[in-house]
Design a binder for this molecule. Structure first.
Ligand code: NAP
Length: 565
Protein backbone atom coordinates (compact mmCIF):
# COMPACT_ATOMS: atom_id res chain seq x y z
CA UNK A 1 0.00 0.00 0.00
CA UNK A 2 1.40 3.38 -0.85
CA UNK A 3 1.40 6.31 1.53
CA UNK A 4 -2.02 7.61 0.54
CA UNK A 5 -3.77 4.39 -0.39
CA UNK A 6 -6.97 3.02 1.00
CA UNK A 7 -6.52 0.17 3.40
CA UNK A 8 -10.04 -1.08 4.08
CA UNK A 9 -8.93 -3.34 6.91
CA UNK A 10 -7.00 -0.71 8.71
CA UNK A 11 -9.69 1.85 8.16
CA UNK A 12 -12.44 -0.47 9.29
CA UNK A 13 -10.44 -1.28 12.37
CA UNK A 14 -9.94 2.34 13.27
CA UNK A 15 -13.57 3.13 12.60
CA UNK A 16 -14.82 0.14 14.55
CA UNK A 17 -12.77 0.88 17.60
CA UNK A 18 -13.62 4.53 17.65
CA UNK A 19 -17.31 3.92 17.13
CA UNK A 20 -17.38 1.70 20.17
CA UNK A 21 -15.83 4.44 22.27
CA UNK A 22 -17.93 7.31 21.05
CA UNK A 23 -20.54 8.74 23.31
CA UNK A 24 -23.75 9.48 21.42
CA UNK A 25 -24.64 11.98 24.13
CA UNK A 26 -21.73 14.20 23.25
CA UNK A 27 -22.58 14.07 19.60
CA UNK A 28 -26.12 15.17 20.39
CA UNK A 29 -24.63 18.29 21.87
CA UNK A 30 -23.35 19.23 18.42
CA UNK A 31 -26.69 18.68 16.81
CA UNK A 32 -28.11 21.10 19.35
CA UNK A 33 -25.36 23.60 18.67
CA UNK A 34 -26.65 23.86 15.14
CA UNK A 35 -29.82 25.33 16.54
CA UNK A 36 -32.02 24.06 13.72
CA UNK A 37 -35.07 21.91 14.02
CA UNK A 38 -35.38 18.74 11.98
CA UNK A 39 -37.52 20.29 9.24
CA UNK A 40 -35.11 23.19 8.67
CA UNK A 41 -32.22 20.74 8.66
CA UNK A 42 -33.92 18.59 6.01
CA UNK A 43 -34.67 21.62 3.81
CA UNK A 44 -31.07 22.81 4.10
CA UNK A 45 -29.81 19.34 3.18
CA UNK A 46 -32.07 19.26 0.12
CA UNK A 47 -30.80 22.65 -1.08
CA UNK A 48 -27.22 21.56 -0.52
CA UNK A 49 -27.79 18.34 -2.39
CA UNK A 50 -28.93 20.26 -5.46
CA UNK A 51 -25.74 22.31 -5.45
CA UNK A 52 -23.40 19.47 -4.55
CA UNK A 53 -24.76 17.21 -7.29
CA UNK A 54 -23.35 19.57 -9.90
CA UNK A 55 -19.81 19.84 -8.52
CA UNK A 56 -17.49 19.24 -11.47
CA UNK A 57 -14.24 18.47 -9.63
CA UNK A 58 -13.22 15.65 -7.35
CA UNK A 59 -12.35 16.51 -3.77
CA UNK A 60 -10.33 14.10 -1.71
CA UNK A 61 -10.64 14.47 2.03
CA UNK A 62 -8.32 12.72 4.44
CA UNK A 63 -9.36 12.51 8.05
CA UNK A 64 -6.85 11.60 10.74
CA UNK A 65 -8.11 10.43 14.08
CA UNK A 66 -6.83 8.78 17.18
CA UNK A 67 -9.03 6.67 19.38
CA UNK A 68 -7.30 8.03 22.46
CA UNK A 69 -7.89 11.67 21.64
CA UNK A 70 -10.99 13.80 21.13
CA UNK A 71 -13.40 10.94 20.37
CA UNK A 72 -16.50 13.20 20.30
CA UNK A 73 -14.83 15.57 17.83
CA UNK A 74 -13.71 12.63 15.69
CA UNK A 75 -17.22 11.28 15.41
CA UNK A 76 -18.66 14.76 14.83
CA UNK A 77 -16.17 15.29 11.97
CA UNK A 78 -17.10 11.91 10.47
CA UNK A 79 -20.78 12.70 10.74
CA UNK A 80 -20.49 16.04 8.90
CA UNK A 81 -18.35 14.48 6.18
CA UNK A 82 -20.80 11.58 5.88
CA UNK A 83 -23.64 14.06 5.29
CA UNK A 84 -21.88 15.83 2.42
CA UNK A 85 -20.64 12.57 0.92
CA UNK A 86 -24.24 11.41 0.70
CA UNK A 87 -24.89 14.32 -1.62
CA UNK A 88 -22.15 13.80 -4.15
CA UNK A 89 -19.87 11.08 -5.39
CA UNK A 90 -17.22 13.71 -6.12
CA UNK A 91 -16.08 13.76 -2.50
CA UNK A 92 -13.95 10.85 -1.35
CA UNK A 93 -12.78 10.15 2.16
CA UNK A 94 -9.85 8.26 3.55
CA UNK A 95 -9.40 7.87 7.26
CA UNK A 96 -6.19 6.99 9.03
CA UNK A 97 -4.92 6.76 12.55
CA UNK A 98 -2.38 9.29 13.77
CA UNK A 99 0.23 6.53 13.92
CA UNK A 100 -0.19 5.67 10.24
CA UNK A 101 2.59 6.48 7.78
CA UNK A 102 0.18 8.83 5.93
CA UNK A 103 -0.03 10.98 9.05
CA UNK A 104 3.77 11.16 9.09
CA UNK A 105 3.85 11.97 5.39
CA UNK A 106 1.62 15.01 5.91
CA UNK A 107 3.03 15.81 9.34
CA UNK A 108 -0.34 15.40 11.06
CA UNK A 109 -0.18 15.19 14.85
CA UNK A 110 -3.61 16.24 16.07
CA UNK A 111 -6.88 14.28 16.23
CA UNK A 112 -9.08 15.03 14.38
CA UNK A 113 -7.28 16.68 11.46
CA UNK A 114 -8.92 16.98 8.09
CA UNK A 115 -6.89 17.60 4.91
CA UNK A 116 -8.46 18.85 1.68
CA UNK A 117 -6.89 17.68 -1.61
CA UNK A 118 -3.49 17.69 0.08
CA UNK A 119 -1.58 17.17 -3.17
CA UNK A 120 -2.96 20.50 -4.33
CA UNK A 121 -3.83 22.62 -1.29
CA UNK A 122 -2.21 23.08 2.09
CA UNK A 123 -5.42 23.46 4.04
CA UNK A 124 -6.08 21.55 7.23
CA UNK A 125 -8.87 21.61 9.74
CA UNK A 126 -7.90 20.82 13.32
CA UNK A 127 -11.20 19.85 14.91
CA UNK A 128 -14.65 19.11 13.60
CA UNK A 129 -16.49 21.47 11.24
CA UNK A 130 -19.64 21.66 13.35
CA UNK A 131 -22.00 24.45 14.44
CA UNK A 132 -21.26 27.73 12.67
CA UNK A 133 -18.26 26.09 11.03
CA UNK A 134 -20.38 23.66 9.03
CA UNK A 135 -21.21 26.58 6.71
CA UNK A 136 -17.51 27.29 6.26
CA UNK A 137 -16.80 23.64 5.54
CA UNK A 138 -19.52 23.57 2.87
CA UNK A 139 -18.18 26.80 1.36
CA UNK A 140 -14.66 25.34 1.27
CA UNK A 141 -15.95 22.28 -0.60
CA UNK A 142 -17.87 24.51 -3.03
CA UNK A 143 -14.81 26.62 -3.79
CA UNK A 144 -12.64 23.56 -4.38
CA UNK A 145 -15.35 21.58 -6.17
CA UNK A 146 -16.23 24.35 -8.58
CA UNK A 147 -12.65 25.63 -8.79
CA UNK A 148 -13.98 29.14 -8.32
CA UNK A 149 -13.34 31.68 -5.63
CA UNK A 150 -15.70 34.61 -5.48
CA UNK A 151 -13.29 37.35 -4.48
CA UNK A 152 -13.69 41.09 -4.85
CA UNK A 153 -11.40 42.80 -7.32
CA UNK A 154 -9.78 44.97 -4.66
CA UNK A 155 -8.98 42.01 -2.39
CA UNK A 156 -7.68 40.07 -5.41
CA UNK A 157 -5.21 42.87 -6.18
CA UNK A 158 -3.82 42.75 -2.63
CA UNK A 159 -3.55 38.96 -2.70
CA UNK A 160 -1.59 39.31 -5.94
CA UNK A 161 1.01 41.38 -4.07
CA UNK A 162 1.75 38.53 -1.63
CA UNK A 163 4.84 36.92 -3.09
CA UNK A 164 6.41 35.05 -0.19
CA UNK A 165 5.08 32.22 2.00
CA UNK A 166 2.27 32.91 4.43
CA UNK A 167 1.29 30.31 7.01
CA UNK A 168 -2.12 31.30 8.29
CA UNK A 169 -3.78 29.99 11.45
CA UNK A 170 -7.36 30.95 12.27
CA UNK A 171 -8.66 30.00 15.72
CA UNK A 172 -12.42 29.39 15.72
CA UNK A 173 -15.21 27.94 17.81
CA UNK A 174 -18.43 26.27 16.61
CA UNK A 175 -20.59 28.84 18.40
CA UNK A 176 -18.89 31.94 16.99
CA UNK A 177 -20.96 33.73 14.33
CA UNK A 178 -18.01 35.92 13.28
CA UNK A 179 -15.67 33.01 12.59
CA UNK A 180 -17.00 31.80 9.22
CA UNK A 181 -16.32 35.18 7.58
CA UNK A 182 -12.67 35.14 8.66
CA UNK A 183 -12.13 31.48 7.74
CA UNK A 184 -13.64 32.04 4.30
CA UNK A 185 -11.22 34.95 3.77
CA UNK A 186 -8.34 32.66 4.64
CA UNK A 187 -9.68 29.82 2.48
CA UNK A 188 -9.82 32.15 -0.51
CA UNK A 189 -6.15 33.08 -0.05
CA UNK A 190 -5.09 29.44 0.41
CA UNK A 191 -7.10 28.23 -2.60
CA UNK A 192 -5.98 31.06 -4.89
CA UNK A 193 -2.30 30.84 -3.94
CA UNK A 194 -1.73 27.22 -2.87
CA UNK A 195 1.96 27.40 -3.66
CA UNK A 196 2.68 30.04 -0.99
CA UNK A 197 -0.33 30.23 1.32
CA UNK A 198 -1.06 27.45 3.80
CA UNK A 199 -3.98 27.45 6.24
CA UNK A 200 -4.77 25.79 9.55
CA UNK A 201 -8.29 26.22 10.91
CA UNK A 202 -8.02 25.50 14.63
CA UNK A 203 -11.11 24.71 16.68
CA UNK A 204 -10.27 25.97 20.18
CA UNK A 205 -12.58 23.48 21.84
CA UNK A 206 -10.88 20.50 20.24
CA UNK A 207 -7.42 22.03 20.66
CA UNK A 208 -7.37 23.91 23.98
CA UNK A 209 -3.61 23.41 24.42
CA UNK A 210 -2.82 24.93 21.05
CA UNK A 211 -5.19 27.81 21.82
CA UNK A 212 -3.38 28.30 25.12
CA UNK A 213 0.02 28.19 23.41
CA UNK A 214 -1.10 31.05 21.17
CA UNK A 215 -3.04 32.71 24.03
CA UNK A 216 -6.04 32.58 21.71
CA UNK A 217 -8.90 32.86 24.17
CA UNK A 218 -11.26 34.70 21.89
CA UNK A 219 -12.31 33.89 18.39
CA UNK A 220 -11.78 34.43 15.57
CA UNK A 221 -8.11 35.15 16.02
CA UNK A 222 -5.75 35.04 13.06
CA UNK A 223 -2.01 34.53 12.87
CA UNK A 224 0.15 34.76 9.76
CA UNK A 225 3.74 33.55 9.97
CA UNK A 226 3.22 33.34 13.75
CA UNK A 227 2.29 37.05 13.99
CA UNK A 228 -1.13 38.01 15.35
CA UNK A 229 -2.69 39.81 12.37
CA UNK A 230 -6.35 40.02 13.39
CA UNK A 231 -8.62 39.80 16.38
CA UNK A 232 -12.19 39.45 15.16
CA UNK A 233 -13.56 39.07 11.67
CA UNK A 234 -12.36 41.33 8.87
CA UNK A 235 -13.60 42.32 5.48
CA UNK A 236 -11.87 40.45 2.66
CA UNK A 237 -9.76 43.49 1.80
CA UNK A 238 -8.60 44.13 5.36
CA UNK A 239 -7.81 40.43 5.80
CA UNK A 240 -5.64 40.33 2.67
CA UNK A 241 -3.90 43.60 3.65
CA UNK A 242 -3.20 42.26 7.16
CA UNK A 243 -1.76 39.03 5.77
CA UNK A 244 0.32 40.97 3.21
CA UNK A 245 1.75 43.42 5.75
CA UNK A 246 1.87 40.93 8.65
CA UNK A 247 0.11 43.34 10.99
CA UNK A 248 -3.53 44.12 11.64
CA UNK A 249 -4.92 46.69 9.21
CA UNK A 250 -7.93 48.80 10.15
CA UNK A 251 -8.48 51.03 7.14
CA UNK A 252 -8.83 50.14 3.52
CA UNK A 253 -9.28 52.74 0.79
CA UNK A 254 -10.64 51.23 -2.41
CA UNK A 255 -9.56 52.29 -5.90
CA UNK A 256 -11.58 55.01 -7.58
CA UNK A 257 -12.49 52.74 -10.45
CA UNK A 258 -14.53 50.35 -8.28
CA UNK A 259 -17.60 49.08 -10.15
CA UNK A 260 -20.82 51.08 -9.80
CA UNK A 261 -24.29 49.78 -8.86
CA UNK A 262 -27.36 51.96 -9.25
CA UNK A 263 -30.01 51.60 -6.60
CA UNK A 264 -32.70 53.58 -4.76
CA UNK A 265 -31.61 52.93 -1.21
CA UNK A 266 -28.40 51.83 0.47
CA UNK A 267 -28.88 50.52 4.00
CA UNK A 268 -25.71 50.59 6.06
CA UNK A 269 -25.91 47.81 8.63
CA UNK A 270 -27.49 44.36 8.57
CA UNK A 271 -29.02 44.21 12.07
CA UNK A 272 -32.78 44.02 12.73
CA UNK A 273 -33.29 47.69 11.76
CA UNK A 274 -31.43 47.35 8.45
CA UNK A 275 -32.93 43.98 7.51
CA UNK A 276 -36.47 45.16 8.24
CA UNK A 277 -35.88 48.37 6.29
CA UNK A 278 -34.72 46.24 3.34
CA UNK A 279 -37.97 44.26 3.40
CA UNK A 280 -40.19 47.35 3.70
CA UNK A 281 -38.31 49.44 1.13
CA UNK A 282 -38.29 46.78 -1.55
CA UNK A 283 -41.98 46.01 -0.92
CA UNK A 284 -42.63 49.73 -1.51
CA UNK A 285 -40.92 49.39 -4.85
CA UNK A 286 -37.48 50.76 -3.92
CA UNK A 287 -34.42 48.84 -5.07
CA UNK A 288 -32.45 48.28 -1.88
CA UNK A 289 -28.94 47.17 -1.01
CA UNK A 290 -27.97 46.22 2.55
CA UNK A 291 -24.24 46.54 3.26
CA UNK A 292 -22.84 44.86 6.38
CA UNK A 293 -19.16 44.62 7.25
CA UNK A 294 -19.44 42.02 10.03
CA UNK A 295 -21.89 39.27 10.85
CA UNK A 296 -25.50 39.85 9.83
CA UNK A 297 -27.95 40.31 12.69
CA UNK A 298 -25.82 42.74 14.71
CA UNK A 299 -25.96 42.14 18.45
CA UNK A 300 -28.61 39.42 18.12
CA UNK A 301 -26.06 37.19 16.38
CA UNK A 302 -24.26 36.82 19.71
CA UNK A 303 -27.29 36.87 22.02
CA UNK A 304 -27.59 33.38 23.51
CA UNK A 305 -31.39 33.37 23.89
CA UNK A 306 -34.09 35.83 22.81
CA UNK A 307 -37.41 35.55 24.65
CA UNK A 308 -39.18 38.81 23.89
CA UNK A 309 -39.68 38.91 20.13
CA UNK A 310 -43.43 38.65 19.50
CA UNK A 311 -44.50 35.35 18.04
CA UNK A 312 -41.26 33.63 18.95
CA UNK A 313 -41.42 32.61 22.60
CA UNK A 314 -37.80 31.52 22.73
CA UNK A 315 -35.05 31.23 20.15
CA UNK A 316 -31.28 31.28 20.02
CA UNK A 317 -30.12 34.68 18.72
CA UNK A 318 -28.54 33.17 15.62
CA UNK A 319 -31.72 31.25 14.76
CA UNK A 320 -33.66 34.52 14.79
CA UNK A 321 -30.94 36.08 12.64
CA UNK A 322 -31.21 33.25 10.09
CA UNK A 323 -34.97 33.79 9.90
CA UNK A 324 -34.61 37.56 9.44
CA UNK A 325 -31.83 37.25 6.89
CA UNK A 326 -33.63 34.71 4.74
CA UNK A 327 -36.75 36.88 4.86
CA UNK A 328 -34.79 40.02 3.88
CA UNK A 329 -33.07 38.13 1.07
CA UNK A 330 -36.44 37.52 -0.55
CA UNK A 331 -36.52 41.26 -1.16
CA UNK A 332 -33.27 43.19 -0.86
CA UNK A 333 -29.72 42.46 -2.03
CA UNK A 334 -27.28 41.90 0.82
CA UNK A 335 -23.58 42.72 0.54
CA UNK A 336 -21.94 41.09 3.55
CA UNK A 337 -18.29 41.41 4.56
CA UNK A 338 -18.15 44.76 2.79
CA UNK A 339 -17.54 48.05 4.57
CA UNK A 340 -18.95 51.46 3.73
CA UNK A 341 -15.97 53.79 3.84
CA UNK A 342 -17.49 57.02 2.53
CA UNK A 343 -20.69 58.70 1.40
CA UNK A 344 -20.70 61.68 -0.94
CA UNK A 345 -23.93 63.62 -0.47
CA UNK A 346 -25.59 66.15 -2.72
CA UNK A 347 -28.02 65.88 -5.61
CA UNK A 348 -26.81 62.40 -6.26
CA UNK A 349 -25.51 60.28 -3.42
CA UNK A 350 -22.52 57.99 -3.93
CA UNK A 351 -21.73 55.36 -1.32
CA UNK A 352 -18.23 53.93 -1.52
CA UNK A 353 -17.62 50.53 0.03
CA UNK A 354 -14.47 48.44 0.24
CA UNK A 355 -15.53 46.76 -3.01
CA UNK A 356 -17.65 49.07 -5.12
CA UNK A 357 -19.66 52.27 -5.36
CA UNK A 358 -23.42 52.65 -5.18
CA UNK A 359 -25.18 55.51 -6.90
CA UNK A 360 -28.30 55.92 -4.78
CA UNK A 361 -31.19 58.23 -3.98
CA UNK A 362 -31.17 57.68 -0.22
CA UNK A 363 -29.06 56.14 2.54
CA UNK A 364 -30.27 54.62 5.79
CA UNK A 365 -27.70 54.54 8.58
CA UNK A 366 -28.56 51.49 10.69
CA UNK A 367 -25.04 51.08 12.00
CA UNK A 368 -26.08 49.94 15.50
CA UNK A 369 -23.71 50.07 18.41
CA UNK A 370 -20.40 48.61 19.52
CA UNK A 371 -19.68 47.21 22.97
CA UNK A 372 -18.41 49.58 25.65
CA UNK A 373 -15.08 49.03 27.38
CA UNK A 374 -14.35 49.26 31.09
CA UNK A 375 -11.13 51.17 30.42
CA UNK A 376 -9.27 49.61 33.31
CA UNK A 377 -5.60 48.53 33.28
CA UNK A 378 -5.11 45.15 31.62
CA UNK A 379 -8.38 45.20 29.67
CA UNK A 380 -7.04 46.11 26.22
CA UNK A 381 -3.78 44.18 26.62
CA UNK A 382 -5.60 40.99 27.63
CA UNK A 383 -8.44 41.37 25.14
CA UNK A 384 -8.64 38.02 23.37
CA UNK A 385 -6.41 36.61 26.09
CA UNK A 386 -9.16 36.00 28.62
CA UNK A 387 -10.96 39.33 28.34
CA UNK A 388 -14.02 38.81 26.17
CA UNK A 389 -17.11 40.69 25.03
CA UNK A 390 -18.88 37.68 23.52
CA UNK A 391 -19.91 34.77 25.73
CA UNK A 392 -21.44 32.77 22.88
CA UNK A 393 -18.17 32.97 20.92
CA UNK A 394 -15.61 32.47 23.67
CA UNK A 395 -17.60 30.92 26.52
CA UNK A 396 -16.88 27.28 25.58
CA UNK A 397 -13.16 27.75 26.24
CA UNK A 398 -13.94 28.55 29.88
CA UNK A 399 -16.00 25.48 30.71
CA UNK A 400 -14.93 24.26 34.14
CA UNK A 401 -13.01 27.49 34.74
CA UNK A 402 -13.67 30.58 36.81
CA UNK A 403 -14.73 33.87 35.25
CA UNK A 404 -16.29 37.16 36.27
CA UNK A 405 -19.05 38.78 34.26
CA UNK A 406 -19.25 42.56 34.58
CA UNK A 407 -22.54 44.47 34.20
CA UNK A 408 -26.06 44.60 35.56
CA UNK A 409 -28.16 44.93 32.38
CA UNK A 410 -30.04 42.40 30.26
CA UNK A 411 -26.89 41.46 28.33
CA UNK A 412 -24.79 40.70 31.41
CA UNK A 413 -27.51 38.56 33.00
CA UNK A 414 -28.39 36.72 29.77
CA UNK A 415 -24.72 35.99 29.18
CA UNK A 416 -24.03 34.96 32.79
CA UNK A 417 -26.92 32.48 32.50
CA UNK A 418 -25.48 31.16 29.25
CA UNK A 419 -22.03 30.72 30.78
CA UNK A 420 -23.44 28.89 33.78
CA UNK A 421 -25.43 26.70 31.42
CA UNK A 422 -22.29 25.58 29.59
CA UNK A 423 -20.49 24.74 32.82
CA UNK A 424 -18.51 27.92 33.47
CA UNK A 425 -18.03 28.99 37.11
CA UNK A 426 -19.33 32.55 36.78
CA UNK A 427 -19.65 35.38 39.30
CA UNK A 428 -21.46 38.59 38.40
CA UNK A 429 -19.85 41.88 39.37
CA UNK A 430 -22.09 44.97 39.40
CA UNK A 431 -21.31 48.51 40.45
CA UNK A 432 -24.66 49.25 42.11
CA UNK A 433 -27.00 47.50 44.51
CA UNK A 434 -29.78 47.00 41.97
CA UNK A 435 -29.58 45.13 38.71
CA UNK A 436 -30.91 47.04 35.74
CA UNK A 437 -32.02 43.85 33.96
CA UNK A 438 -35.62 42.71 33.55
CA UNK A 439 -37.10 41.07 36.64
CA UNK A 440 -37.63 37.83 34.77
CA UNK A 441 -33.89 37.54 34.08
CA UNK A 442 -32.95 38.53 37.65
CA UNK A 443 -35.18 35.73 38.97
CA UNK A 444 -33.45 33.24 36.72
CA UNK A 445 -30.08 34.45 37.97
CA UNK A 446 -31.18 33.72 41.52
CA UNK A 447 -32.63 30.34 40.59
CA UNK A 448 -29.29 29.38 39.05
CA UNK A 449 -27.48 30.49 42.23
CA UNK A 450 -25.06 32.69 40.31
CA UNK A 451 -23.17 34.74 42.92
CA UNK A 452 -23.45 38.53 42.55
CA UNK A 453 -20.97 41.02 44.02
CA UNK A 454 -22.90 44.28 44.38
CA UNK A 455 -21.28 47.72 44.76
CA UNK A 456 -18.20 46.21 43.15
CA UNK A 457 -16.04 47.25 40.22
CA UNK A 458 -12.96 45.79 38.59
CA UNK A 459 -9.96 48.02 39.12
CA UNK A 460 -7.42 45.96 37.24
CA UNK A 461 -7.21 42.80 35.21
CA UNK A 462 -3.92 40.97 35.67
CA UNK A 463 -2.05 38.22 33.86
CA UNK A 464 0.93 37.79 31.59
CA UNK A 465 -0.14 35.71 28.62
CA UNK A 466 -3.76 35.38 29.78
CA UNK A 467 -6.01 36.55 32.61
CA UNK A 468 -5.05 35.12 36.00
CA UNK A 469 -6.72 37.50 38.47
CA UNK A 470 -8.75 40.65 38.94
CA UNK A 471 -8.56 43.40 41.53
CA UNK A 472 -12.02 44.12 42.88
CA UNK A 473 -12.97 47.30 44.69
CA UNK A 474 -16.02 47.43 46.96
CA UNK A 475 -17.41 50.91 46.43
CA UNK A 476 -19.26 50.88 49.77
CA UNK A 477 -16.44 49.78 52.04
CA UNK A 478 -13.52 50.96 49.93
CA UNK A 479 -11.90 47.55 50.41
CA UNK A 480 -9.87 45.96 47.64
CA UNK A 481 -9.28 42.32 47.07
CA UNK A 482 -7.56 40.13 44.52
CA UNK A 483 -9.62 37.31 43.09
CA UNK A 484 -8.30 34.49 40.92
CA UNK A 485 -10.04 34.39 37.54
CA UNK A 486 -9.33 32.73 34.22
CA UNK A 487 -11.51 35.12 32.28
CA UNK A 488 -13.38 38.42 32.39
CA UNK A 489 -16.55 38.82 30.35
CA UNK A 490 -17.65 42.41 29.90
CA UNK A 491 -21.25 43.42 29.11
CA UNK A 492 -21.52 47.02 30.26
CA UNK A 493 -23.64 48.35 27.43
CA UNK A 494 -23.03 49.71 23.99
CA UNK A 495 -21.90 52.91 22.34
CA UNK A 496 -23.59 54.01 19.14
CA UNK A 497 -21.51 53.48 15.98
CA UNK A 498 -21.57 57.01 14.61
CA UNK A 499 -18.12 57.34 13.00
CA UNK A 500 -19.49 57.24 9.46
CA UNK A 501 -22.35 59.62 10.36
CA UNK A 502 -19.88 62.11 11.88
CA UNK A 503 -17.58 61.83 8.88
CA UNK A 504 -20.30 62.96 6.47
CA UNK A 505 -21.58 65.74 8.73
CA UNK A 506 -24.68 64.12 10.26
CA UNK A 507 -25.65 65.91 13.46
CA UNK A 508 -25.12 63.93 16.66
CA UNK A 509 -26.99 64.45 19.96
CA UNK A 510 -25.09 65.36 23.16
CA UNK A 511 -25.62 61.71 24.23
CA UNK A 512 -23.79 60.55 21.10
CA UNK A 513 -26.72 59.26 19.02
CA UNK A 514 -27.80 60.32 15.53
CA UNK A 515 -30.16 63.31 15.70
CA UNK A 516 -33.30 62.60 13.70
CA UNK A 517 -36.93 63.62 13.32
CA UNK A 518 -40.05 61.46 13.60
CA UNK A 519 -39.51 60.27 10.01
CA UNK A 520 -35.93 59.22 10.88
CA UNK A 521 -34.55 62.03 8.71
CA UNK A 522 -31.17 63.42 9.70
CA UNK A 523 -29.99 66.97 9.02
CA UNK A 524 -28.67 65.87 5.60
CA UNK A 525 -31.30 65.44 2.87
CA UNK A 526 -31.46 61.83 1.72
CA UNK A 527 -29.70 60.47 4.82
CA UNK A 528 -31.81 58.62 7.41
CA UNK A 529 -31.21 56.61 10.57
CA UNK A 530 -32.80 53.66 12.40
CA UNK A 531 -32.12 51.29 15.27
CA UNK A 532 -29.69 51.49 18.19
CA UNK A 533 -27.72 54.28 16.53
CA UNK A 534 -30.71 56.51 17.33
CA UNK A 535 -30.77 55.69 21.07
CA UNK A 536 -34.08 54.89 22.76
CA UNK A 537 -35.12 51.48 24.03
CA UNK A 538 -32.68 49.37 21.99
CA UNK A 539 -34.78 46.25 21.71
CA UNK A 540 -34.87 43.96 18.68
CA UNK A 541 -38.51 44.76 18.18
CA UNK A 542 -38.01 48.55 18.44
CA UNK A 543 -35.06 48.42 16.03
CA UNK A 544 -37.18 46.46 13.55
CA UNK A 545 -40.00 49.01 13.99
CA UNK A 546 -37.64 51.92 13.38
CA UNK A 547 -36.30 50.22 10.25
CA UNK A 548 -39.85 49.83 8.92
CA UNK A 549 -40.76 53.44 9.74
CA UNK A 550 -37.61 54.79 8.12
CA UNK A 551 -38.17 52.76 4.94
CA UNK A 552 -41.73 54.03 4.64
CA UNK A 553 -40.62 57.64 5.23
CA UNK A 554 -37.89 57.25 2.60
CA UNK A 555 -40.45 55.94 0.11
CA UNK A 556 -42.71 58.94 0.71
CA UNK A 557 -39.81 61.41 0.57
CA UNK A 558 -38.50 60.01 -2.70
CA UNK A 559 -41.92 60.54 -4.25
CA UNK A 560 -42.25 64.04 -2.75
CA UNK A 561 -38.70 65.16 -1.92
CA UNK A 562 -39.05 67.58 0.99
CA UNK A 563 -35.63 69.05 0.20
CA UNK A 564 -36.87 70.26 -3.19
CA UNK A 565 -39.95 72.05 -1.80
P1 NAP B 1 -27.34 48.39 29.50
O1 NAP B 1 -28.78 48.09 29.68
O2 NAP B 1 -26.93 49.76 29.14
O3 NAP B 1 -26.61 47.96 30.85
C1 NAP B 1 -25.25 48.17 31.03
C2 NAP B 1 -24.87 47.73 32.43
O4 NAP B 1 -23.48 47.90 32.59
C3 NAP B 1 -25.55 48.54 33.53
O5 NAP B 1 -25.91 47.69 34.58
C4 NAP B 1 -24.49 49.53 33.93
O6 NAP B 1 -24.56 49.86 35.29
C5 NAP B 1 -23.24 48.75 33.71
N1 NAP B 1 -22.09 49.60 33.38
C6 NAP B 1 -22.01 50.57 32.45
N2 NAP B 1 -20.79 51.11 32.41
C7 NAP B 1 -20.07 50.47 33.37
C8 NAP B 1 -18.74 50.58 33.84
N3 NAP B 1 -17.89 51.45 33.30
N4 NAP B 1 -18.35 49.77 34.84
C9 NAP B 1 -19.20 48.88 35.39
N5 NAP B 1 -20.47 48.73 34.99
C10 NAP B 1 -20.91 49.52 33.99
O7 NAP B 1 -26.67 47.45 28.40
P2 NAP B 1 -27.05 45.96 27.92
O8 NAP B 1 -27.29 45.07 29.06
O9 NAP B 1 -25.97 45.59 26.95
O10 NAP B 1 -28.38 46.16 27.12
C11 NAP B 1 -28.43 47.08 26.00
C12 NAP B 1 -29.86 47.10 25.48
O11 NAP B 1 -30.15 45.84 24.87
C13 NAP B 1 -30.87 47.32 26.58
O12 NAP B 1 -31.89 48.14 26.10
C14 NAP B 1 -31.39 45.94 26.87
O13 NAP B 1 -32.70 45.94 27.37
C15 NAP B 1 -31.28 45.27 25.50
N6 NAP B 1 -31.08 43.81 25.66
C16 NAP B 1 -32.20 43.05 25.79
C17 NAP B 1 -32.06 41.69 25.98
C18 NAP B 1 -33.28 40.86 26.17
O14 NAP B 1 -34.36 41.39 26.07
N7 NAP B 1 -33.18 39.59 26.44
C19 NAP B 1 -30.80 41.08 26.03
C20 NAP B 1 -29.69 41.89 25.89
C21 NAP B 1 -29.84 43.27 25.72
P3 NAP B 1 -25.74 50.78 35.87
O15 NAP B 1 -26.94 49.86 35.97
O16 NAP B 1 -25.21 51.20 37.19
O17 NAP B 1 -25.92 51.89 34.91
Amino acid sequence: MDGRGWDPHENAKIRGEITEMDSPGVQDEYVELDGYDEKTQKEAEKRLQEVFEKIPRDISLILFTSREKNAPFNSAAREVIRLVRQMTSKISLLEFGLDHETARKWDVRVSPTLLFNPEKYRIRWLGAPVGEETKTFVEALMMMGYGQVNMGEQAGKILEEIDSPRHIKVFVSPSCPYCPQQVVNALKAAIMKPEIVSLEIVDIQANPKLAEEYSAQSVPQTFANEVLVAQGAQTEELFMSSVLRLEQQYIFIPDDDAPLIETDLVIVGGGPAGLTAGIYAQRSGLKSAIVEKDALGGQIATTPIVENYPGIAQAGGKVLVELMVSHALEYARIFQGEEVVDIATGDSIVVTTSRRRFQTRAVLLATGAKHRHLDVPGERRLSGRGVSYCSTCDGPLFTGRKVVMVGGGDSAITEALHLKNIGVDVTLVHRREVLRAQEHLVEKLQQEHIPVLFYTVIEEIAGKEGVTSVTLLNLKTGKKRHEKADGVFIAVGYEPSVELARKIGVEITPEGYIKHDAGHRTNIPGIYSAGDVEGGYKQIVTAAGQGAEAALAIFEDLIHPYWKQ
